[in-house]
Design a protein around this ligand. Structure first.
Ligand code: AMP
Length: 262
């Protein structure tokens, strides 16, 4: 599989190759053609899978030839749970889209809202945002969604964990029903499924092999220890073994973790 066969325009294939990527990651191989086709997509993908390029590249390709964003309008909205992730995703958008005539911006809370309002006045083709600040901007009429073509929820499970469910729903409701929607999440437990059902239309589902499949080489052992002393002796025995170069130890309580660390 190569980037040339995914249907991306040459300018983006070139940008990707300049990054030193030689082949698409599994999530990219599946997501890129589906997004290019205009389908809704829900993908189970954690950080480190290459998911950002998986949605950014086809998004930029789809936006390249459409009508540019008008004043205070946005054509593609990417919601992320944290400002760090928003900044990171925005850096990818800028980087891959550097040779395209598209405007992008990032907005998040904890900084002054006025410069963000000014920046949105000209309209942006791609806006990366955290839900709380975006809702603020929307309520102050600094951003409108009439021209919105694509809504992307990145790390949807974390967004819900952080209490953004109402903000996400309000924002989605304000966007045109004709939009394309993409949802990325590490897990698809109940709440994430519920929001996916509400927001996505007949989505292509992308599920990479489960984690345990990828860790087939792990050997598991179980030791019964009769008391704490014995348990700690066993543990120090393992930790002093030369086979072991790195270890993670889980404990039942914070106090237990502190004690063990000491
Ligand atoms: P992400 O999962 O989107 O946070 O990406 C994780 C890391 O993988 C980032 O540092 C990307 O630059 C890198 N990456 C994304 N796609 C590829 C690829 N096809 N080949 C190699 N590295 C990649």
């Amino acid at each position: 599989m190569s980037f040339d066969s995914l249907g991306l325009p040459d300018s983006l294939v070139k940008a990707v190759k300049e990054q030193g990527y030689t082949e698409p990651s599994p999530i990219q191989a599946q997501a890129i053609p589906a997004v290019l086709e205009g389908k809704d997509v829900m993908a189970a993908a954690q950080t480190g899978t290459g998911k950002t390029a998986g949605f950014t590249l086809p998004l930029l390709a789809n936006l390249e030839h459409g009508e540019r964003a008008k004043s205070n309008q946005v054509r593609a909205l990417i919601l992320t749970p944290t400002r760090e992730l928003a900044a990171q995703v925005h850096a990818s958008v800028e980087n891959y889209g550097k040779n395209m005539p598209l405007r992008s911006a990032v907005v998040f809370g904890g900084v002054k809202i006025n410069p963000q309002m000014q920046n949105l006045r000209r309209g942006v083709d791609v806006l990366v945002a955290t839900p709380g600040r975006l809702l603020d901007l929307y309520q102050q009429n600094a951003i409108r969604f009439k021209q919105l073509e694509v809504l992307i929820l990145d790390e949807a499970d974390r967004m819900l964990d952080m209490g953004f469910v109402d903000a996400v729903k309000t924002i989605a409701k304000a966007t045109p029903a004709s939009r394309q929607t993409l949802l990325f999440s590490a897990t698809f437990e109940g709440r994430v499924m519920a929001i996916a059902k509400q927001l996505l239309k007949d989505p292509a589902r992308i599920q990479l092999s489960a984690n345990h499949d990828r860790h087939a080489a792990i050997e598991q052992r179980l030791h019964h220890a009769d008391d704490h002393g014995h348990k700690h002796d066993l543990l120090s025995h393992y930790l002093s073994s030369t086979e072991l170069s790195q270890a993670v130890i889980f404990t039942a309580t914070k106090r237990g973790a502190d004690k063990l660390a000491r």
